[in-house]
Ligand binder design. Structure first.
Ligand code: HEC
Length: 696
């Protein structure tokens, strides 16, 4: 939007039906209502919703910190979160208070000027739930509305807290506990309702998004993203249409399509946009044996916020088969295209293409690859991707991007000043092969990919095709990169674009960096004392502009990033850091001393080559989601098992089968592994340690 149009546009928005004013009913709590959320762009001193405004551009209109003075930026305060595990949250700021979440869905309210703790709320998620999580115990943030703070918990609850005190006001279970659901995404407040999705498609669940009454916690609507068993009848015409694109008995494994992250809202069109996730299991040949597009997997759905009714859909990856979720950031903007201003929706989902969609109609406008893509060669006139040879039923195929995605949960940002989208990308391929032995088990990781590809292609092949993190400034009108910065290490955090023509991002090896938005020139950086993080935000307290980020390493996946984090001494811990011009607060020491090279292990376990090979497969089935692929620890507080001491190895079976460390988040595997298999895993870990020690 042109800035001179903004006041007019705002006035119009305030008239829109979704933007009415309400009275706050709680003394001392921020009075965030529909009117304030709709006008969030005119209140840059705050950060009222996940993406800053309903358009989710992660853009701050503040310009006091700019390209000329950013070199004087210094730490104003920091606050150490009580965690060892991956921080992915984007904080919210209203009326001088910063609200942020830590792993295990814990909420903190901090004084935005000093970092002093106002209150803290721990929903006490049972630690046993860790086994039902694909990707760690992360949480991406809260919603603010009606004097309350809303958080979704890992075990599927939606909790409303009094924003002034942190005391629970209401709580409701949003999932069937008989299925392996979880919540990691931030709720959104829209038209008096709190919108929340869930995760779990890697284990096998049926995706949906729900709306709860913000005041009472009562369910207002629930919209499924994939059809259930036809014998039970269809909830909506959209589900009936979707069912025609599925075959076999998909509902037995849930189907997938979880709404685990991105949402956006257009109050003028009164459309709520949500992105849907991957299929359960991944290989389409198992999920829907006689073909079909499997609607609405990997799709963007436009819904009516008052009823949840589906207005349009666009499927980014028909018959999704590589974990290519379309849950990545959705940004709404008005762009001039071919001489005409179009209301667009932008997304860079995992599948590697950057999309422009007409957000009123769902019409496909254009798409282009932002990383190397080999699963599709382009698009037909209707906006359908043209697939290449993708059949990985019988032999391993190198697919690009990898199932980690060309872009994942890390928020991207858009500056209306430069017209560029700042996209944290991962250039990486992966070998995929279907597991011919796979059988659905409800509490297991049900990707149905053959993890033994790791064994056969070895540690040094990485995951089969490099692993390079990039910050890409994408020009959506021309559908090409304006500039790119390659990170030394894979992976990096979410981005913030500001009216000071700066882009902020936390790097995997533990630096907070400011780039010039126009050309990517690095203007400033400062150590975080921990790893990469969620979306940075900016706000004012009085006249002072702050930039804050919640950081902490926690991904157990991107291997080179984990290795680089380890080498950089960035390990464990999570913290919120706030910066201002002339800030001089000291950076607290990292929580853990850096790990040196992997020591050669002295412990011995008898196992044959064949048994160690079995051990690799079992490790990647049961352990790698937390301890890292190929046992390269993610730099988080979860131990890198190659460093395990002699005493730990002596207690290995007690830890893995006996539940010795269950309180610290290490599950017991007594129901899945026997003593013999546990020994094979241990033997393989010892061999990995010896190999790493020999190389370093
Ligand atoms: C859900 C996450 C998760 C999974 C899955 C998991 N672990 Fe752990 N593991 C942890 C955490 C967290 C700790 C640290 C516990 C502590 O701090 O005492 C840990 C600790 C350990 C330790 C002790 C390491 C040390 O140096 O103290 C061993 C050994 C271990 N795990 C083995 C395994 C094996 C083998 C598997 C697969 C069969 C596995 N883990 C699967 C989370 C997990």
């Amino acid at each position: 939007m042109q800035s001179r149009l903004a006041p007019l546009f705002l006035a119009f928005l305030l008239l829109a039906a979704g933007c009415s004013r309400q009275q706050a009913d709680r003394a001392g709590a921020p009075a965030v209502d529909d009117a304030r959320l709709c006008a969030a762009a005119s209140e840059p001193q705050s950060w009222l919703t996940h993406g800053g405004t309903y358009a989710e551009a992660h853009y701050s209109a503040l310009e006091r910190i700019d390209t000329d003075n950013v070199a004087q930026l210094g730490l104003a305060w920091s606050f150490d979160l009580e965690t060892e595990r991956g921080v992915q949250a984007t904080p919210l700021v209203a009326d001088g208070v910063l609200y942020v979440t830590a792993p295990w869905s814990v909420v903190y309210a901090l004084d935005a000027a000093t970092g002093a703790l106002r209150w803290h709320f721990d929903p006490e998620v049972p630690r046993s739930h860790a086994r039902l999580l694909c990707c760690g115990v992360s949480n991406r943030g809260v919603a603010l509305y009606d004097g309350k703070v809303y958080v979704g918990t890992l075990d599927g609850r939606l909790v409303a807290l009094d924003a002034a005190t942190g005391q629970p006001v209401w709580e409701t279970l949003t999932v069937d506990p008989g299925w392996p659901y979880s919540i990691t995404g931030a709720p959104r407040a829209v038209e008096g309702k709190i919108i929340i999705g869930n995760a779990g498609a890697d284990f096998g669940v049926r995706g949906y998004v729900s709306a709860y009454d913000a005041r009472t916690g009562e369910l207002v609507w629930r919209t499924y993203t994939v059809p259930g068993n036809p014998a039970d009848g269809f909830e909506t015409p959209a589900m009936e249409r979707a069912a025609r694109t599925w075959t076999g008995e998909w509902w037995r494994t849930g189907g997938g399509g979880t709404v685990w992250d991105a949402m956006a809202y257009d109050p003028e069109l009164r459309l709520l946009y949500v992105g849907t996730g991957n299929g359960s299991p991944y290989p389409r040949w198992l999920r829907s044996p006689d073909g079909g597009d499997n609607l609405y997997l990997a799709s963007i759905l436009a819904l009516r916020p008052d009823t949840g009714e589906q207005v349009w859909h666009y499927q980014t990856t028909p018959a999704e088969t590589w974990d290519y979720t379309a849950t990545q950031s959705i940004i709404l903007a008005d762009l001039e295209l071919d001489g005409r201003v179009r209301r667009v929706l932008m997304q860079a989902p995992k599948n590697g293409f950057f999309y422009l969609i007409d957000r009123e109609t769902g019409e496909f406008l254009s798409a282009a690859p932002f990383v190397e893509v080999n699963w599709a060669s382009g698009f037909d006139a209707s906006g359908r991707p043209i697939e290449t040879d993708v059949d990985y039923r019988h032999e391993a195929k190198l697919v690009k991007p990898s199932p980690l995605g060309g872009h994942s949960w890390e928020p991207m940002s858009y500056s209306p000043r430069t017209g560029l989208v700042y996209l944290p990308a991962l250039e990486m391929g992966s070998l995929v092969k279907m597991d011919p032995e796979w059988r659905y088990e409800r509490e297991r990781y049900n990707s149905a990919l053959d993890v033994s590809v790791f064994t056969r292609f070895g540690a040094d092949a990485g995951a089969g095709g490099g692993d390079e993190g990039q910050l890409i400034a994408w020009d959506p009108r021309r559908q090409r990169a304006a500039w790119r910065v390659s990170h030394v290490t894979g992976g990096s955090g979410g981005t913030l674009a500001t009216a000071g023509d700066l882009v902020f991002q936390a790097s995997a090896d533990g630096r907070f960096v400011a780039y010039r938005a126009t050309d990517g020139h690095r203007l400033w950086e400062s150590p975080l004392g921990t790893g990469s993080g969620g979306g940075p935000v900016s706000y004012l307290v009085g006249d002072e502009q702050y930039v804050a980020v919640a950081a902490g390493w926690g991904s157990s996946f991107a291997m080179s990033a984990s290795e680089a984090a380890r080498r950089a001494g960035v390990r464990g811990g999570g913290r919120v850091l706030a910066y201002r011009l002339g800030g001089t607060a000291p950076l607290p020491a990292p929580k853990h001393p850096p790990l040196g090279p992997v020591p050669a292990p002295s412990f011995r376990v008898e196992a044959s080559e064949e048994q160690r090979l079995q051990g690799t497969t079992l490790f990647h089935l049961h352990c790698s989601t937390c301890h890292g692929a190929l046992a390269v620890g993610g730099g988080s507080g979860i131990p890198d098992l190659r460093y395990a001491s002699e005493a730990t190895h002596a207690a290995f079976a007690d830890i893995v089968l006996g539940g010795l460390r269950i309180a610290a988040g290490m599950p017991s595997f007594a129901d899945r592994l026997d003593a013999e298999q546990t020994r094979w895993i241990q033997a393989w870990i010892l061999q990995r340690a010896a190999d790493s020690a020999a190389r370093e």
